[in-house]
Each structure stands twice: as C-alpha cells, then as structure tokens.
Design a protein. Structure first.
Length: 291
C-alpha cells in the first residue's frame, strides 16, 4: 500500500506503554478524577491513549506524561484524558424495574409530603449523568405522574458529569435510536420530535433539567450544589476505588435533605463504604435513606 507522508504520520502509533508509564498515567488519572484502573487493564490505557499520544506528535507515553505534568497547556489536555478514560454508556429508562420502585416507593410519597406542606418543590441530582438520558428520564416520569399539576411545581433536576462532549450532547437534547433501546415507544412518541440526526426532547421535559460540568473528585464544587431530595448516581462509583467511593458518598450524604434517598446502579452497593444510610429494599431495587 502506498501511503502519503500525512497518512503515515496519522497511522503512526506511540510505542507500547511500559509498566512504569502505566503506573504513572494510572496515578495521574486517579488523582484528577478518582477513576481507578487495575493493572490487569493496562491494555485499556494502551488502546485508548495511543492514538492521542501519536496525534500530539509524541513517540512515547513518557513524553505524554511530561506534557500532562509540566506543559503550560496541560490543563487543556484534561478534557481529552477524561474523554478517553470514562465509559459513557447510558440510555433512556435504563433499568425500568429500579425506576418503577423509585416512582412508586420514593417519588410518589415525596410528592405527597411536599403537597401536604404546600411546598411544590423537588430537587434531584443526577451525578454522572453522561449524555443526559438519566435526568431526562426522571423529568419524563415527573411529567407522567404530575400531568397538568406540573405547572404548580418547581422541579430542578441537575445533571452533572466530568465529560464535556457528553454534556454538550445532553444540552443539545437530540438523540439517535441507540439512546431509546430501553425506552417504551409511547414515551418516545410523547416526549420527542423527529429532527435531522434523531429525536429532540420536548421543551416541557428539558425545562426541568439543567446541566453542569462537575468533577466528583472536587469536594468544594459539590458543596456548592443545591440540596436535593434524591441523588441518582448509577453506574458511576463502579469505576472508583473504595477511598473515592467514600469521598463521593459522603458528599451525597451532605447534599441530601434529611429523609432524602441515594440511588445507585443495580450492581453497586454501599456495603463497606458507609453505615450512614439505611438501606431500603423495594421489589426490584435498593435505595439508601438518609435517616
Ligand atoms: C456509565 S455512565 C452512567 C450514566 C448514567 N448514570 C446511567 O446509569 O445510565 C458513567 C458516567 O460517569 C461519569 N464520571 C466518571 N467519573 C466522573 C467524575 N469523577 N466526575 C463526574 N462524572 C464522572 C462519566 O463521564 C460517565 O458519563
């Protein structure tokens, strides 16, 4: 095959990552965002970063590490690191059983309590919201449950993520078929309109949701968020080590109002992390009560 100088430059790969380089890059990533990469997954770092290293015109991971640590533009590289290291898998109405349990056993009682107090306010934090499917799903559930009463309520669903490209997609509100793989067709028809490139979320839903760039490793930034009645953090702490999980869960505890709930992904647990919450077992889901 004949390749032009430009093509061969693009095809060039960085040399394989050494054990020492892997440890340095892994520790750098952990210090920045709390994501922990086990030694068994060294190949993942190699696969995900080799293209980036080559694109920057560097031949080795050592050059890249020096750039990350000492270059005047090092902070501008961080979003690329986060993009390469995060897993952004999500979809609307992900884990329907858990969402049903949340709706019946948490949301409806909370709405009733708020009505009884004549306080038509609800605040939910979706921590690690990826491209927005989770917070928009919660907004659709609220639209379904409140119906015309929605007008009376001040609903704030705050979606936060470390990934700028995911947040940009969330803000655009336009989704392709993939995002609907776990979505009842009736919901897609009711809350989305076909547009070029996919389906756009309706303003009635998107007006309940706002997005913010936030690193769950940044305790001070988390303190500044408004207090919530419910925190969703699903399929996020699975990427953290125990120390980071403890730090993040403690921030959720502080953020929650008394009687508020933390909801994790179905494969995640607070076991070995904290005893501050009371686990509540519902059919199809566990939720953690700030008692
Ligand atoms: C697998 S997605 C989960 C999305 C959604 N919660 C769900 O369950 O469908 C994990 C998300 O956590 C985000 N994330 C990972 N580490 C983070 C950190 N330190 N701060 C904020 N977000 C983070 C990733 O960018 C990614 O979008």
């Amino acid at each position: 095959m004949n390749t032009s100088p430009v093509t061969s430059f693009l095809l060039r790969k960085a040399s394989a990552i050494s054990d020492e380089e892997f440890i340095q890059l892994r520790d750098f990533i952990y210090a920045k965002c709390g994501i922990w990469i086990d030694e068994k997954r060294k190949y993942l770092i190699q696969n995900r970063f080799e293209g980036r290293v080559a694109k920057l015109g560097m031949k080795t991971f050592t050059e890249y590490l020096k750039f990350l640590q000492y270059d005047a533009n090092r902070d501008k590289e961080l979003p690329f690191v986060f993009e390469l290291i995060t897993t952004n898998e999500t979809s609307f109405f992900r884990d329907q059983k858990q969402l049903d349990a949340f709706t019946d056993h948490i949301l409806m009682p909370v709405l009733a309590q708020q009505r009884a107090k004549n306080r038509f306010e609800l605040s939910i934090w979706s921590a690690g919201c990826s491209s927005g499917e989770e917070p928009y799903t919660l907004a659709m559930i609220l639209a379904e449950k409140l119906g015309p009463e929605l007008r009376k309520w001040r609903i704030s669903i705050q979606g936060c993520d470390i990934s700028l490209p995911m947040l940009a997609k969330a803000k655009s509100g336009v989704y392709s078929d993939y995002a609907f793989k776990t979505t009842p067709e009736a919901m897609r028809r009711k809350y989305f309109t076909p547009v070029e490139g996919g389906f756009k979320i309706s303003p009635a839903v998107s007006s309940m949701v706002s997005f913010q760039h936030l690193n769950l490793n940044d305790a001070a930034a988390m303190k500044r968020l408004p207090k919530s009645q419910v925190v969703f953090c699903r399929n996020v702490i699975i990427y953290f080590d125990t120390a980071m999980r403890k730090k993040v869960v403690s921030a959720f505890y502080d953020n929650l109002q008394p009687g508020g709930y933390l909801i994790l992904g179905h494969s995640e647990t607070l076991h070995g992390i904290t005893m501050a919450f009371a686990p509540k077992f519902f059919p199809g889901a566990v939720a953690y009560l700030k008692s």
